[in-house]
Ligand binder design. Structure first.
Ligand SMILES: NC(=O)c1ccc[n+]([C@@H]2O[C@H](COP(=O)([O-])OP(=O)(O)OC[C@H]3O[C@@H](n4cnc5c(N)ncnc54)[C@H](OP(=O)(O)O)[C@@H]3O)[C@@H](O)[C@H]2O)c1
Length: 244
């Protein structure tokens, strides 16, 4: 995928991984459109990158279509906006579940539906999803979050098949824990895998787009976990019970 002079919309780029993806895309010559809810943060980053901004709360059912409309024709969309939820399943209210599913899964699907016709007409484009290792290996106390990310990865794989011969490529990046505000409300307690720096993840997402890699787990060695889950599910379950 040629990045120079491409137009790239990055959702959730006011901070965290999305902001790093936007910086890296800009460094490699793309014209970036930033998106988020926090106007001041968006403005500050836009001034540095010379980017356009779109402010929208993706929990609003109309927002994905509006974001696509305001962005106009784009070559690349990076779906990065998202949030987590950790705790006992039964403690989650219906509203908690609805909000997580809407932001992490429904919104990227709706936004994709809105940008896809333009990409199909142009015969080129790239749609990138920021998933999570939680979408490939189940996590206790994060069941709904894991389900949204799992759904997103399967959606991306299905989309890739559908658009395969029409000039459009689809990638997913599935990081383990990344040092962002995502972890503001809770502590990351594992030593392995170590917390990743957001700029490293941002660079990887852009490498994956540029090289049209279908799926990348970060850190790369962690891909062994979903592989073990697929090929030796009994052993995987025993290890998961032991190591969480
Ligand atoms: N951090 C991790 O450990 C980790 C690991 C694996 C995957 N991920 C995934 O990476 C993505 C980015 O996470 P992050 O770590 O960068 O989190 P973050 O620092 O909390 O950033 C979240 C981004 O999403 C935007 N956002 C949140 N709620 C929104 C809403 N309702 N409408 C529109 N935008 C909204 C935020 O914009 P505003 O601040 O402007 O509202 C912000 O730009 C998420 O999809 C997350 O699931 C994160």
């Amino acid at each position: 995928m040629r990045l120079r002079d491409s137009i790239a919309l990055v959702t959730g780029s006011s901070r965290g991984i999305g902001a790093e993806v936007a910086r890296e895309l800009s460094r490699r010559g793309a014209h970036v459109i930033l998106h988020g809810r926090d106007c001041e943060r968006l403005r500050a980053l836009a001034d540095v990158l010379g980017a356009r901004t779109i402010t929208a709360d993706l929990l609003d059912p109309e927002a994905p279509r509006r974001v696509a409309c305001e962005a106009g024709p784009v070559d690349i969309v990076v779906h990065c906006a998202g949030s987590g939820w950790a705790g006992d399943i039964a403690a989650m209210t219906e509203q908690d579940i609805d909000r997580l599913v809407r932001l992490n899964l429904t919104a990227p699907m709706l936004l994709t539906s809105s940008v896809l016709p333009g990409m199909l007409a142009a015969g080129r484009g790239h749609i990138a999803f920021v998933g999570s290792i939680a979408g490939l290996t189940p996590v206790a106390h994060e069941a709904v979050y894991a389900a949204t990310k799992s759904g997103l990865l399967t959606y991306a794989d299905s989309l890739r098949l559908e658009v395969a011969r029409r000039g459009i490529t689809v990638s997913t990046t599935a990081p383990s824990a990344v040092d962002t505000d995502f972890w503001k409300q809770r502590h990351y307690e594992r030593r392995i895998p170590a917390m990743l720096a957001a700029d490293r993840v941002g660079r990887t997402v852009v490498d994956v787009i540029e090289d049209e890699v279908p799926r990348r787990v970060i850190p790369r060695w962690l891909a062994v976990a979903p592989a073990l889950r697929a090929f030796a599910p009994g052993l995987y379950r025993r290890l998961a019970l032991r190591f969480g």
